[in-house]
Design a protein around this ligand. Sequence first.
Ligand code: TMO
Length: 319
Amino acid sequence: MKLIKTRSIRQLVAGALVAGLSFTGVAQAADSTKPIVIPIHNWSSQVVMAYVIGGIFESMGNNVEYVPADTQAVYESIRNGDVTISHEVWQSTFGKSFYNAMAKGGVIDAGTHTALTLEEVGVPQWVIDKNLCPGLPDYKALLNCADVFSTPDSGGKGRILEGPQSWHGQEYPDRVEALLGDNWVVKFAGGADALWAELASAKKEGRGTIIFNWTPNFTDADGFVFIEWPPYYPGCRKQDGGDSKCGSPKGWLKKAAYYKFPKTHPAAYMAFSQMSFNAGQIGSMAALVDIDGMDHKDAAKKWLADNEDVWKPFTQAGM
Ligand code: TMO
């Protein structure tokens, strides 16, 4: 190898700058001015994180646009390029739709958040502390506690309050039928807020309640105990050909992107590929809305202002 003298290195660098190259010698194509389309779903951390990520892209000079999107159909929209990213792909609820769209071509896996996830029904900590249903969190304890969890609309049966039906379809009714039988019913909440309202009123009334919930979430701070069902394995759900005698997987949280995004917006894609949030960060995004009562956009602004040390490095990848 030939040694290059200092002066010629300087000339090389100067030449590279003129040619629009960075010091690493990588050509930096400018991002398209077309907006990066970010989906808005119906749980708080996802909405706040949408504006957090949009704010990060804007800080890099990109244009962004937000669209309300169905939580399952969004992966097909990404595949078609109508939506650019999904920043909270929860394994249990969306893994199948994500990989189905990927298999058709057009969706890429843009990396995994640090946070591990669980999406499952459970009880607030006080239900355990008061021993309202001895044997919990083992699901078998529920077989003897239907009356503890009955509600005015459940006809004397134990009630599980599921999230909106658009999240899991028949998954919980199938599971409850397979493992708990006739003394239990599943009701669907109209939205996540109905889940939190039920938690608050059950606490005030000192009664038991079982709701669908997840972690990371704002409820991590107060304590929430997930029911332990027989372990998950691929194919165990009825919708996947199984008998539904299984709980949810302890899962990953991924990011997805339209396959052309790295080409149209290389700098934004580079940053998106670096983005990773942990359980505390995701829980705090939800808490700003669900505990502090902030509007999602204001919550994102506050989160960005308070956490520059977390997100600025994502924008500096490759520099
Ligand atoms: C996808 N979710 C976090 C609501 O389970």
